[in-house]
Write a protein that binds this ligand. Structure first.
Ligand SMILES: [Zn+2]
Ligand SMILES: [Zn+2]
Length: 150
């Protein structure tokens, strides 16, 4: 089932919800702030076409791994490399190659940064595009799900 991780617009906490057509509001457990959501039958099937939070259709996907853990691993490997003559960095590279490449992907809404996991149409979601991001975030451009064209 699709899991949706919404960032509370009031306090910035993560709120995790599952699509439900009958749920129109999501409550932040930390600050009790209420946010509007619009889930449809596609969302319930794990298909992401429209953001249930901001109604935009522009998403990107990336590897779903905890950035903090990744950075911590790199620091440990870098420290160990003093004694292992760099071998630990090679090991980290191999771990990244074999472990992180297999990790699930997460789709993210450009506009409101809501995270979506367990999508059945993840293959349709494109990679992060820096220019699209800038135009959506800074110029409030709406690509309506279409890729950037020049
Ligand atoms: Zn909150
Ligand atoms: Zn959104």
């Amino acid at each position: 089932m699709m899991s949706v991780q919404i960032t509370c617009t009031n306090c910035g906490s993560s709120v995790e919800v599952h699509p439900d057509q009958h749920a129109h509001k999501v409550n932040c457990e930390i600050c009790k702030h209420t946010m509007d959501v619009k889930f449809n039958s596609e969302h319930e099937q794990g298909i992401l076409k429209e953001c249930p939070v901001c109604s935009r259709q522009d998403f990107y996907k990336q590897k779903d791994f905890n950035r903090v853990i990744g950075v911590a691993l790199f620091v440990i490997a870098a420290i160990l490399s003093i004694w292992t003559y760099g071998l630990s960095l090679v090991a980290l590279y191999l771990v990244d190659l074999f472990l992180f490449r297999k990790l699930a992907m997460v789709a993210i809404c450009y506009k409101c940064r809501t995270n979506f996991r367990n999508l059945s149409n993840m293959s349709e979601i494109r990679d992060y595009d820096h220019e699209m991001n800038d135009r959506i975030v800074y110029s409030d451009h709406d690509f309506k799900g279409k890729p950037l064209s020049h």
